[in-house]
Design a protein around this ligand. Structure first.
Ligand code: SF4
Ligand code: SF4
Length: 439
């Protein structure tokens, strides 16, 4: 058998995220509560639909040079003279600080002391950095306040791919939260582009780190990461990124964001994968094949041959056992309810998501039951409040079939467990759909 390697992976169940930012704040207190990284959130929670953080990272054509999808592949955009000079002398293809946003507060003086008038007072945010008056009209989760109207939705790069009919309907406006950390990719482009050899992927657990002694501040990693999860520390002149809390992982503890998550939605675990298949999977020609290709890299930890090959490749016995017990493997491979974020970036991300199961909104679709009613969902998948095409744009490069499979299974599971908890007879058809024996 080929080389078997181990990788720490995370699955987040989006139905459970309430957007409280506890994860972001505890991460910040642990890792980026320092000068030079005030703007940095290794963990951020973005509103969807929305522009994300940094603003517009899914549409990197917006930055000079940057990256764009060409023939289904993420390629550097040729920026003519600027790009060529950039290669020689600097790296101009970076998000600006305004794209990350600067810390801001309200103009309290105006808010409290403005003379009485007929208007509802609205105080523009202003920058806290250098006391500069802000031209800021956006910040992370600003999208919450925009309420899902057409102007807001039209700015969303993923939603642009959804039909006008869906996009322009106020009554179908929707919103959910997408927590993000570094993907600790199997095929990390940040490592590939680093001219100093400072970015590296640990062999033992796949965590991607920056060697601070080797980093020379080129920031090619910031440009090269399509998820925009490497940041520049303006004080130290070095790159920094999510460390997957490796000192905690080494001590057998979960990451800070997992431990403090209010929704208990983050599952951590070990995946075993075939290292020789990663390159092939990243190179598949058709975008809609990327999710199955990545899935094909993962190996069953229950297979004795895989376990033996893993140990022969240097994976410790404990890690093989951990992979066997891993909730992450079950959610991703056994049950197929977790999906990767933007597999079309081809870096083989290792933070996966259980997509949100939203209510059925089309009155014609059924009886008014919500999306948790499996019987309804079996027939009304097109009438979900969050369009399948939107979720597919995030998680499967536009292929709706895997998203539909995951949602149907989630709905059936909820219906099945609800019946059991209420002491009712579970529907055998539903039990069969989720692969369970009728109770
Ligand atoms: Fe590197 Fe970006 Fe992948 Fe993280 S998400 S491993 S920073 S390419
Ligand atoms: Fe979501 Fe958990 Fe973070 Fe709160 S702590 S925003 S529930 S991921």
């Amino acid at each position: 058998m080929s080389r078997v390697m181990a990788q720490i992976a995370m699955v987040m169940n989006l139905d459970k995220c309430i957007g409280c930012h506890t994860c972001s704040v505890t991460c910040k207190q642990t890792w980026t509560n320092r000068g030079g990284v005030e703007y940095v959130w290794f963990n951020n929670v973005e509103t969807r639909p929305g522009q994300g953080y940094p603003r517009g990272y899914e549409d990197q054509d917006r930055w000079k040079g940057g990256w764009r999808l060409r023939n289904g592949r993420l390629t550097p955009r040729s920026g003519g003279r600027v790009r060529r000079l950039g290669r020689l002398f600097a790296n101009p293809e970076l998000p600006l600080l305004d794209d990350y946003y600067q810390p801001w507060t309200y103009d309290y003086e105006n808010l409290v002391n403005a003379p009485l008038g007929d208007d509802v007072p609205t105080a523009a945010p202003r920058s806290l950095v250098d006391g500069a008056p802000a031209s800021i009209t956006w910040g992370p989760n600003w999208d919450d306040d925009l309420g899902g109207g057409p102007a807001h939705l039209a700015g969303d790069p993923v939603l642009r791919r959804v039909s006008d009919e869906v996009r322009l309907e106020y009554e179908r406006s929707f919103m959910f939260y997408l927590p993000r950390i570094c993907e600790h990719c199997l095929n990390p482009s940040c490592v590939a582009v680093c001219p100093s050899g400072a970015m590296y992927k640990r062999l033992e657990d796949g965590i991607v780190l920056v060697d601070q002694d080797r980093c020379r501040g080129w920031r090619m990693c910031v440009t090269g990461c399509p998820y925009k999860k490497v940041y520049f520390n303006h004080h130290s002149g070095k790159a920094e990124k999510c460390t997957m809390c490796y000192p905690r992982i080494e001590a057998g503890e979960p990451t800070v964001c997992s431990e403090t998550c209010v929704g208990r939605l983050r599952y951590l675990g070990v995946m075993l994968y075939d290292a020789d298949r990663v390159g092939e999977a990243a190179a598949v020609a058709r975008e809609e094949d990327l999710y199955p290709a990545q899935l094909g890299c993962f190996l069953s930890p229950d297979d004795p041959e895989v376990a033996a090959a893993a140990e022969a490749s240097g994976v410790p016995h404990d890690w093989v056992l951990a992979a066997r017990r891993s909730p992450v493997y079950s959610l991703i491979v056994r049950h197929r309810v977790a999906l990767p974020l933007h597999p079309e970036y081809r870096t083989m991300p290792m933070v996966w998501y259980v997509p949100p199961l939203s209510p059925v909104v089309d009155a014609l679709a059924g009886t008014g039951h919500d999306g948790e009613d499996a019987g309804n969902l079996f027939g009304a998948i097109d009438a979900l409040r969050i369009p399948l095409s939107y979720l597919a744009g995030l998680f499967t490069a536009g292929d709706t079939a895997p998203v539909e499979t995951a949602l149907r299974r989630l709905a059936a599971m909820r219906s099945h467990m609800r019946a059991i908890n209420l002491g009712e007879e579970p529907d055998p058809a539903v039990a069969e759909a989720v692969g369970m024996r009728p109770a």
